[in-house]
Design a binder for this molecule. Structure first.
Ligand code: BYC
Length: 470
């Protein structure tokens, strides 16, 4: 079913056919817009060159146009329904997928949807002030594209809460607009979404590492036996691809510019030449990677075992796995601290599914590091390498929480950790330097001196296109 843009809430779920639901969502809509006004982008603009979904099918789903941000057509878009789809894993493997929520899984499914939904507006809140220091109109436009799509992902989860979870779902939808990133009284649910994204290096790292957790979590929810959740995640993943692109190419361009400055001035100390030194890039990487690893939950979790067995949340690329998809007798190996060393232990695969997902995620993160090191190589910089820190580094969740592990993977005491910290995580002086570079560049085609230009414009437009008008 194609998307109906004549409706107050654009959708492809025949909202008009369910008046009660339509009215409930229409009463949530002004509250969303109020939240967007208060917590969304702080920079006033006239319009932005944005893409909007016009069809959820394979071809031609995106339409580009100049849009006033508050007029963006947020709506409800689910991927096409496959009438033959069957549950791919767990106790219900082989049975038809569910079009309604089974009573016994109501609380767990609602919890998963609320946790997912909570991250979407959180990221908009975290990025609220970035427009004030955008390094170019191209980047500013990308920020706003990410923001409106996160807003739409909130709509996706709110639709599920309203349509399938009755009164408690409506209450949760309300609460999604009441919690705020970093709030003392009512913070966002997951740790990384209460951290600040105060500068564009953080934004690129966030869209590389934290949005990538989103990709993997959505990938597991796409496998869900609850078909409406699966279908909405499938479409969200298509939008998510652009967020990955912003992160990957954003860090590419920081590294590229840093390498250029290192060559040009024949020094590693490029801070005084207006660049971001490699050790600072590494520290930001260490921070964003480690807080993103926390988003996978504990290495061992009975929650995830139950989600899997009951069909709520699958594995990354479940159907491509060559095992029994039940995992009752499978085992796996994980690393965890064992006194002063890190030891490997064998565990039931079912309770280690967060670890399984995290392993796929880490493999994906490595590809970024490889490409950034290739950029250094291409500038003849061979003495420096970017690297992912050890999984135990700077962790607050899981087996390594409360244990001090260096980026290289050595377990150390609290004093050694405290002494090493300024070299491993962004120190006040690093943050101050990065902040000092954050000056807005709003002239079409121009770019801040700490960042290399992108390889090409958006949707075939030239780099000096007026992507945002004021
Ligand atoms: N912070 O059994 P455990 C995205 C809680 S990002 C705070 O080890 P479980 C996006 C946990 O809730 C993707 N609390 O974990 C990216 C549990 O509490 P309860 C978001 C945490 O349940 C960028 C307790 O600790 N989507 O889309 O197996 C921009 C024990 O946990 C944290 C999802 O996460 C934490 N980091 O797995 C925009 C998918 N970690 O239940 C968007 C939905 C754990 O005992 N969520 N806890 O009160 C889930 O699948 C799971 O809830 C988690 C945790 C993977 C998060």
């Amino acid at each position: 079913m194609s998307i109906d843009y004549t409706e107050r809430i654009p959708n492809n779920v025949d909202l008009a056919g369910d008046r009660r639901l339509q009215r409930a969502l229409e009463s949530w809509q002004p509250r969303f817009l109020q939240w967007w006004g208060e917590m969304g982008p702080a920079l006033p603009t006239q319009d932005v060159y944005l893409r909007t979904a016009v069809d959820v099918g394979r071809a031609g789903w995106a339409h580009f146009d100049r849009v006033r941000l508050p007029d963006y057509r947020w709506g409800i878009f689910l991927a096409e329904r496959d009438p033959d789809r069957r549950i791919a894993f767990g106790q219900h493997q082989g049975e038809p997928v569910w079009q309604q929520v089974p009573g016994e899984h109501r609380a767990s499914l609602q919890r998963l949807i609320v946790v997912q939904g909570d991250t979407e507006p959180a990221s908009v809140e975290q990025q609220r002030r970035l427009g004030l220091t955008a390094p170019s109109l191209y980047d500013l436009r990308n920020l706003f594209q990410v923001n409106v799509e996160e807003g739409r992902h909130l709509w996706a989860m709110v639709y599920l809460l309203h349509a399938y979870f009755g009164r408690s779902g409506r209450d949760e939808a309300e609460a999604l607009l009441l919690r705020n990133s970093g709030s003392e009284d009512s913070p966002r649910i997951l740790g990384a979404f209460n951290e600040e994204t105060p500068d564009w290096l953080s934004f690129f790292m966030f869209t590389y590492f934290t949005d990538r957790d989103g990709k993997y979590q959505l990938g597991t929810l796409k496998e869900s036996a609850f078909d409406p959740l699966s279908r909405t995640c499938e479409f969200m993943l298509k939008e998510e691809a652009h967020h990955m692109f912003v992160g990957t190419t954003g860090v590419d361009r920081v590294v590229e510019r840093t390498a250029q400055l290192m060559r040009e001035h024949d020094t590693d100390d490029i801070a005084r030449h207006g660049g971001i030194p490699l050790p600072v890039i590494q520290k930001y990487l260490n921070f964003h990677y480690s807080v993103s690893l926390d988003l996978f939950g504990g290495e061992t979790s009975t929650n995830v075992a139950n989600y899997y067995s009951s069909g709520l949340k699958g594995r990354w690329q479940e159907e491509r796995r060559g095992d029994d998809h039940v995992l009752t007798s499978a085992v796996t190996t994980i690393e965890r601290p064992g006194g002063e060393r890190i030891v490997s232990v064998e565990l039931p695969a079912l309770t280690a599914l967060n670890h399984d997902l995290r392993t796929a995620y880490i493999g994906d993160c490595e590809t970024g590091v490889t490409r950034w090191n290739r950029i250094l190589d291409s500038h003849g910089i061979t003495g420096h390498r970017l690297a992912l820190p050890h999984v135990g580094f700077n962790r607050k969740v899981g087996a390594f929480a409360g244990c001090h592990v260096t980026p290289g993977g050595r377990v150390v005491d609290a004093a050694t950790w405290a002494a090493g910290r300024p070299a491993w995580l962004p120190a006040p002086a690093d943050k101050a330097h990065v902040e000092s570079l954050m000056r807005p560049v709003y002239e079409p085609g121009k770019i801040a001196a700490w960042l290399a230009p992108p390889r090409s414009g958006i949707n075939g437009q030239p780099l000096d296109y007026e992507y945002v008008r004021f």
